[in-house]
Design a protein around this ligand. Structure first.
Ligand SMILES: Cc1cc2nc3c(=O)[nH]c(=O)nc-3n(C[C@H](O)[C@H](O)[C@H](O)COP(=O)(O)OP(=O)(O)OC[C@H]3O[C@@H](n4cnc5c(N)ncnc54)[C@H](O)[C@@H]3O)c2cc1C
Length: 472
């Protein structure tokens, strides 16, 4: 049930037994930024936002909501891309005030934090203890650990360290009836029955409220080397990836695809960005090596591997950054594609994955199908190619009316998602399902698996008070 104006006063009184007055927010100007996501997909509504400061308060809020059949939508930094944290009349439960680093155990290579901690806060805390927390995404200055876990966030370091799921040792979760599941263990090994923590990861806030997490840390990175390479063709992207892995193993930490059209967008619209090489080919990659040793090892290894790849005609030209500003320039190109792509007259976003070896054929065949559907259409497939994850965004033909282009959204989505499916891929690689991909969930998810998910949801949230209407 959603809250109406009449119930609001009654509930405000009840919540004031649990929370400070200033943590019960009804001012619409304060609530407004929480009603839409940064992609601008959906505009939601809510007349009440609660900002608890500890797990006991979260527990009491859920106990009351469950009792009165009132639904809540958990929110962290609201940087999600599929409108999974956007309310449709429900109460917003913002975890952002629960932002304490609870403990850091360098010897255990672990950190325990409240779920409202900003990702960069956790990265910094790890660094201060001479450790490294590897999750790295463009929104790291705003997104929260709770959101990262609930979306199983990916980013540019998955190749070496895995998704957020791989970085979680233990969780503390408040269930729909207010019970607190304390599984904040720092253990690498714990085979004591079902791994219940995994149910809440990637669940987009539909199964429980994550209030704290124990996370894995790694040895501090002392040296990073970044390169930009222009490749012979699309097939060379996967051949080069294999070469880098076999020559340099664990040093390789990021491998991102940058098509020429993406580079052009970044250079044209980005803030004073320069192409790292002069003769840019159609397909390019950003390569990053990271090393725990502060010596020339990573640099030499990357130089030697690129020299070999040039000799084998996989790589046409490459530049290794030799200063901080050159490194920043390369990574800013990657970020500028995300930011400025809509300037090509609009964009239809897709976050898909296929097996790594299928990426070249997937990009070629999807492009062909799109061009057959709408001649002149401009695909911009870029991103985490080392994980088989492509942000296959599609821009309209030059001088095409952007409103007319938007009318093709459903058809274009079906071409991209449908083709990913034929390659054994996923329509939701790292951003989740939320409200935006519910249709694809029904169409592409294995029926038995989908039913199992629905059964789990009914069991853990029988009154459907946790982020209702999301995922399915
Ligand atoms: C510039 C930019 C770059 C990005 N790059 C990447 C990228 O490379 N890889 C990637 O994976 N994502 C990326 N994202 C998407 C986004 O940042 C991630 O999905 C992030 O993990 C969301 O965290 P958040 O705190 O903002 O969550 P929110 O957007 O607030 O919420 C996301 C979901 O988690 C739920 N939730 C939030 N907190 C909790 C909690 N404590 N308990 C239970 N449920 C909760 C919400 O209900 C919602 O369903 C990017 C976003 C931006 C703006």
């Amino acid at each position: 049930m959603k809250l109406n104006e009449k119930q609001l006063q009654d509930f405000k009184r009840k919540f004031s037994d649990i929370l400070n007055e200033k943590d019960i927010i009804t001012d619409q100007d304060t609530i407004a930024p929480h009603l839409s996501d940064w992609v601008g997909n959906i505009s939601g509504s809510s007349i009440l936002m609660l900002t608890p400061r500890n797990k006991e308060q979260v527990s009491k809020i859920l106990m009351l909501c469950n009792d009165k059949n009132i639904a809540v939508v958990p929110q962290g930094g609201n940087t999600g891309s599929v409108a999974s944290g956007i309310p449709n009349g429900e109460i917003i439960l913002s975890l952002k005030k629960m932002n304490k680093i609870i403990s850091i155990m360098p010897d255990d290579y672990s950190i325990t934090v409240e779920s409202g901690c900003i990702l960069s806060q956790v990265q910094d805390a790890a660094m201060e203890a001479s450790r490294f927390f590897p999750l790295s995404i463009g929104s790291e200055g705003s997104c929260t650990i709770g959101g990262n876990i609930s979306t199983n966030a990916g980013g540019i370091s998955v190749l070496k360290y895995g998704n957020m799921r791989d970085l979680v040792l233990g969780l503390e979760v408040v269930l729909q009836d207010g019970k607190i599941m304390n599984s904040l263990k720092r253990l690498r090994k714990d085979n004591s029955g079902y791994a219940t923590k995994h149910m809440f990861m990637g669940a987009e806030g539909t199964l429980g409220i994550i209030t704290a997490a124990s996370l894995r840390l790694f040895p501090k990175i002392e040296n990073k080397v970044t390169a930009f390479a222009s490749l012979r063709d699309l097939d060379a992207t996967i051949q080069l990836l294999e070469t880098l892995k076999s020559f340099s193993g664990e040093l390789l930490s990021s491998y991102e695809l940058i098509p020429k059209i993406g580079l052009d967008i970044a250079i044209t619209h980005g803030d004073d960005l320069k192409s790292p090489i002069s003769d840019v080919k159609e397909w390019n990659v950003i390569i990053e090596y990271s090393d725990t040793k502060n010596n020339d090892n990573a640099n030499e290894s990357l130089q030697n591997t690129l020299a070999y790849a040039i000799e084998k005609e996989l790589v046409c030209d490459a530049a290794i950054a030799s200063s901080l500003s050159q490194t920043q320039n390369i990574w800013k190109i990657r970020k500028a594609i995300v930011e400025h792509q809509p300037k090509l007259g609009g964009e239809i976003k897709h976050d898909v994955s296929v097996p790594v070896s299928c990426v070249p054929e997937f990009i070629r065949s999807t492009t062909q199908k799109l061009v057959e559907y709408l001649p002149g259409v401009r695909p911009v497939p870029y991103g985490h190619i080392g994980d088989g994850n492509i942000h296959f965004n599609v821009c309209p033909p030059r001088s095409y009316n952007s409103d007319v282009f938007k009318q093709s959204t459903e058809e274009i989505r079906e071409i991209v998602y449908g083709n990913a499916h034929t390659f054994g891929g996923s329509f939701a690689a790292e951003h989740g399902v939320g409200l935006i991909k519910k249709k694809q969930m029904l169409k592409y998810k294995d029926e038995v698996e989908l039913q199992l998910m629905k059964d789990l949801k009914s069991f853990l949230d029988p009154k459907n008070i946790l982020n209702p209407g999301k995922i399915f």
